[in-house]
Design a protein around this ligand. Structure first.
Ligand code: DGJ
Length: 730
């Protein structure tokens, strides 16, 4: 039911009653103050209809219990003829128009040349934990539905549906998912992730100054270079364990944009959604555009709790299977061992060795299909190479299964090599602009998945592969970014829709595949961590964190990853040394770093010594005993690998605080300095825990209070030293 707003007088008598009666509802409308209150567990967000009938965000922070604290919202006064009320009033979903100079959520061009949108409240509908607020332009029938859902972990999801109800087509030039306003003031800080191939999810924290800072991808996927997540703390600086942190993440794997802005009126606000770069989305009469979801949250216990709350939310509401899903199996992947030189005897040999360590899933990587001997050929031809597998994949899969593992396969469905049967048959299927060169990267072009026929071909190829073979898992790779985003088959004014439709169709293929093959699991890989976001994570079970598997570099990559994303999704392999960067670290160190996420092994097992196998067996068995805590527990980042001391530590605590796992690493011994006792977190102070190290050389029985205040003694000396502990309530 859509509820119009009644005149305020009508509600005077029942204001008190209704606010009390509805206090338990997670979302409620307070007629007296015309305020929508959204309670998401420990977090409250409030949006009011102000005296200009505009939606004005009035609060986002810790849970407020008293509805009467919300007073009617009044639009800000104009500051000068240069900053009218439209520019100084916080807007929940601002259209570009009426004198707005900050980042708009919506920018439109009408066919008559009008480029002005002023959105005013129309109606709303509350259903349990969801809210829809409808706004409309003051002159034209351009409507926006703002959708909200609250989650008990302190997360609020919002997205917008923009509908052209006019009689003529119009063009959207910016369509954002929504905005976040922190309390007005200065001195806030921004934390975000940047990187590059082999150096993803690097964390940076900087002061927010007046102006706009844009994080974005123009690459057609989420990107290695930036990730659609941000956190803002302040004005008093937050730490891992204290302080106010607002955070947000987009659920989108295509071109995205997050603009963090401090206005000249001390308002820090974030606007996030589809990238405006090369964006022009025409809407015919009656058509709508739905934006990707924006997830927002708040913690008043620092960055650590911000991450833990977001992880809990992801495990319950984002990851496929939610709370019923099991911990990730330990996988072996053949890539670093054999690269494209795959064949049945070679893979069986590796599978036999992997099984002895305790591996549960054997994944054959690139090279099994078409004419794929090098990266110059084969992509697009998703049929088994009879040269390498004369009897198909079945004999290999049967042997893998007989060894007690399930079988996974690498694919890169969005790509085509010019040297492939697919490209020879359908050169027009690759993205291109007519009469212009097609830029190859890793000798490959991108299929235009925005096209329906291409989408259908890719779905059929993957469906056939999974139907004909007993495949439990696909590693879905994407090894280049978009260039020449042409779509010559559609009208020029429709062509920029490629960006949006491409990502939607990637999602559609995965969704359809999973629906048809409910037991199939998928990893999102894009040359490492090029496609990690909450859009892909709603439909894939894990992500490949980085092609950089050097354990020391990984400590920082993994730390950055865990700011937004739960360790369960973070694939971490142990691989051979020297690594691609020339560094060699001990196998034990490599294991203890990889075990801080979902463990995988990518070594050439044919080169391992008896001692290596013995160590790996021990580590894998230990990991199996604690992975439930690592993958489904709470993460505490105790000591950062960014600290110059070279010491880093993480701790995972089961949700009932009865079990815990601690990892500690020392990159290099400096000046003989002793690593101080490690103060643990998240334990029950009154509980007594039995503590044991991974080598069974140290054990103690101590209270949670003692372990959290006096700390755990560590005997880490030398370079690339690593240890781990388990804690169990007595
Ligand atoms: C890039 C991936 O990140 C690697 O793990 C591997 O699968 C290669 N592609 C294969 O081409």
């Amino acid at each position: 039911m859509l509820v119009p707003v009644f005149p305020m007088r009508t509600f005077v008598l029942c204001t008190l009653l209704s606010s009390l009666a509805l206090a338990a509802d997670p979302i409620r409308f307070l007629p007296a103050s015309k305020t929508f209150v959204l309670d998401a567990g420990p977090v409250t967000s409030a949006i009011a209809i102000n005296n200009n009938n505009e939606l004005q965000p009035v609060y986002f922070g810790p849970r407020l219990w008293r509805d009467d604290d919300f007073k009617p919202a009044v639009a800000s006064r104009e500051w000068a003829s240069f900053d009218l009320s439209a520019a100084t009033t916080p807007k929940e979903y601002a259209g570009y128009g009426g004198g707005l100079f900050v980042e708009p959520c919506l920018k439109v061009t009408l066919p008559n040349g009008v480029r002005d949108v002023v959105l005013k409240y129309q109606s709303h509908e509350i259903k349990g934990d969801t809210l829809e607020i409808r706004v409309k332009d003051i002159s034209y029938d351009l409507a926006v539905s703002l959708h909200y859902r609250v989650f008990p972990q302190g997360v609020i999801r919002k997205h917008a549906v923009i509908t052209n109800r006019t009689a003529a087509p119009l063009t959207l030039e910016s369509a954002q998912s929504g905005s976040l306003h922190v309390p007005p003031g200065e001195g806030y800080r921004l934390t975000y992730l940047y990187g590059r191939w082999a150096g993803e999810t690097q964390m940076i924290r900087e002061d927010i100054h007046p102006g706009v800072k844009v994080m974005e991808s123009r690459r057609g996927n989420t990107s290695h270079q930036a990730n659609p997540w941000f956190a803002i703390d302040g004005p008093e600086p937050a730490s891992e364990i204290s302080g106010r942190v607002w955070y947000g993440a987009l659920g989108w794997s295509g071109n995205w944009r997050v603009a963090v802005e401090q206005s000249s009126h001390q308002q820090v606000r974030v606007t996030a959604g589809l990238n405006t770069f090369d964006f022009a989305h025409s809407l015919k009469p009656g058509e709508s555009l739905e934006t990707p979801p924006l997830y927002l949250g708040f913690s008043d216990q620092g960055f650590g709790e911000a991450s833990r709350a977001f992880h809990r939310f992801q495990r319950e509401f984002i990851f496929p299977g939610g709370l019923t899903s099991k911990p990730r199996p330990i996988l072996y992947n053949s890539w670093e061992a054999t690269e494209m030189n795959v064949n049945e005897p070679g893979q069986v040999e590796l599978a036999k060795k992997a099984a002895t360590i305790g591996v549960e899933r054997f994944v054959m990587d690139d090279g099994w299909f078409g004419a794929r001997d090098t990266d110059h050929a084969g992509l697009g031809d998703w049929f088994v190479s009879r040269k390498k597998f004369p009897n198909g994949l079945k004999p290999l899969i049967d042997q893998v299964k007989a060894l007690g593992m399930d079988f996974g396969l690498w694919v890169e469905p969005e790509m085509v090599n010019p040297d492939s049967d697919l490209y020879r048959a359908h050169p027009d299927w690759a993205m291109h602009f007519p009469d212009r060169p097609r830029t190859t990267a890793r000798n490959q072009l991108i299929l235009n998945l925005a096209r329906n026929d291409v989408k259908e071909y890719i779905f059929s190829a993957l469906d056939k592969l999974v139907t004909e073979n007993d495949i439990a898992f696909l590693k879905w790779d994407m090894n280049r970014n978009v260039s020449e985003p042409g779509w010559p088959e559609v009208a020029p004014e429709e062509q920029k829709k490629l960006w949006l439709q491409y990502t939607r169709n990637v999602y559609a293929i995965i969704d359809r595949l999973r629906q048809k093959h409910p037991r199939l699991e998928i990893e999102s890989c894009s040359g490492g961590g090029g496609r990690i976001d909450l859009g892909i994570l709603t439909r894939t079970d894990q992500v490949w964190t980085s092609d950089n598997t050097d354990a020391l570099d990984r400590l920082k990559i993994q730390e950055g990853f865990t700011y937004p994303y739960a360790p369960k999704a973070m694939m971490a392999w142990v691989t051979d040394v020297p690594n691609f960067n020339g560094r060699s670290t001990p196998l034990r160190f490599r294991f203890l770093v990889a075990m801080q996420g979902s463990l995988g092994i990518g070594n050439n097992l044919n080169k391992w010594s008896t001692e290596d196998f013995a160590l790996a067996k021990k580590m894998v068995a230990w990991y199996k005993g604690v992975r439930e805590i690592i993958q489904h527990g709470q993460l505490f980042r105790l000591a950062s690998p960014r600290d110059p001391s070279g010491f880093a530590a993480t701790q995972y605590v089961s949700s009932d605080a009865k079990k815990s796992v601690v990892f500690a690493t020392l990159h290099s011994q400096q000046y003989g300095r002793i690593v101080p006792n490690l103060r643990l977190q998240g334990l029950n102070a009154q509980t007594v825990y039995k503590v044991a190290d991974i080598d069974n050389r140290f054990s103690t029985v101590e209270s949670g209070a003692s372990l959290m205040d006096r700390g755990l003694p560590l005997r880490l000396t030398g370079d690339y030293a690593a240890t781990a502990f388990t804690l169990e309530a007595q």
